[in-house]
Design a protein around this ligand. Structure first.
Ligand SMILES: C[S@@+](CC[C@H](N)C(=O)[O-])C[C@H]1O[C@@H](n2cnc3c(N)ncnc32)[C@H](O)[C@@H]1O
Length: 281
């Protein structure tokens, strides 16, 4: 299934006039956001660690030439960019192409090797289960999936060493735990929380004054992480008892969730939140 960009109109509204502006699209995916920025006159540097998106990125490059640069790496590498930008945009999570390609092992609805890697690097989910201790595996299930009795399931996973999505699914007694277990492993395999933390830590120095950072999140863990980091940026620093307080470096943009019609057209948008900030100086 072709990926339908989520909350794109809200992201464009939040960015305002972007003609001639320089934008980092941290999550190229199917290029929906990048194309929208480019067609409005922006220059775009796009990141994605999924090697399968390179063909789409080449097509965008062929259409827009020098205004588009693709970096086939994890977005924590935005820290290596040595120019300033008018906006840094994240559309987190996985794409429809990733979830709908059974052999990538993201979905428990099709039988496939238990991979779940967005890129070609690092251990697969099957290898991670083999490498981690029972207690580390249980922590992942608990922290990233809110799975009950995580220790018992972690032990069963270590004993069974599942190599396929169905082998893992069949180990999970409570059907309601299946999606959370798959989500937890996917987050761990791709170090999703670490990536977001490292990338956001680089954002303040990357933005010009007046520059914006926009994040679209899809699950409560990543949303909480982004919300807390942006709250720190928009908080007034310094001792609150002092008479003169320095203004916060960022001001928040109103958080947006998809309209009912967007959710109807694209059910995968239902859990999305768009959060953003503007750098004031
Ligand atoms: C939801 S899709 C983005 C869709 C895109 N905005 C569009 O309109 O087509 C998320 C993409 O981000 C990529 N991604 C997720 N985490 C990443 C990371 N840490 N570094 C680089 N790419 C990442 C995934 O590979 C996926 O292609």
């Amino acid at each position: 299934m072709k990926h339908i960009p989520v909350l794109l109109d809200s992201v464009l509204d939040a960015l305002g006039d972007i003609s001639g502006r320089r934008i980092v699209d941290c999550t190229f995916g199917a290029g929906g956001y990048s194309r929208a920025f480019l067609s409005r006159g922006a220059t775009v540097v796009a990141f994605d660690r999924d090697p399968n998106v390179v063909t789409d990125a080449e097509a965008v490059r062929a259409e827009y030439g020098d205004r588009f640069t693709f970096v086939p790496r994890a977005f924590s590498h935005i820290a290596d960019l040595d120019e300033k930008f008018d906006a840094v945009v994240f559309d987190l999570g996985i794409s429809s192409m990733q979830i709908d390609t059974p052999e990538r092992g993201f979905s428990f609805r099709a039988n496939a090797p238990l991979s779940m890697r967005m890129s070609d690097d690092g251990p697969t989910a099957a290898q991670l289960i083999e490498q981690l201790s029972v207690s580390d595996l249980a922590n992942i299930l608990r922290d990233y999936g809110d799975v009950n009795r995580a220790g018992i399931l972690a032990r069963a996973m270590k004993d069974a060493r599942p190599q396929t999505t169905f082998a893992l699914r069949d180990l999970i007694r409570n059907p309601r735990d299946v999606a959370p277990v798959f989500q937890a492993l996917r987050i761990a395999v791709n170090d999703e929380m670490g990536e977001v933390k490292r990338a956001l830590a680089a954002v303040p120095d990357l933005l010009v004054a007046g520059g914006k950072c926009i994040c679209v999140t899809f699950h409560s863990l990543e949303d909480r992480l982004v919300k807390n980091i942006m709250r720190r940026w928009t908080a007034i620093p310094g001792d609150p008892r002092l008479p003169v307080v320095k203004a916060a470096q960022f001001v928040p943009i109103k958080t947006v969730t998809p309209s009912m019609s967007e959710v109807k057209n694209n059910p995968r948008s239902r859990s999305a939140h768009m959060r953003g900030v503007i750098k004031s100086y």
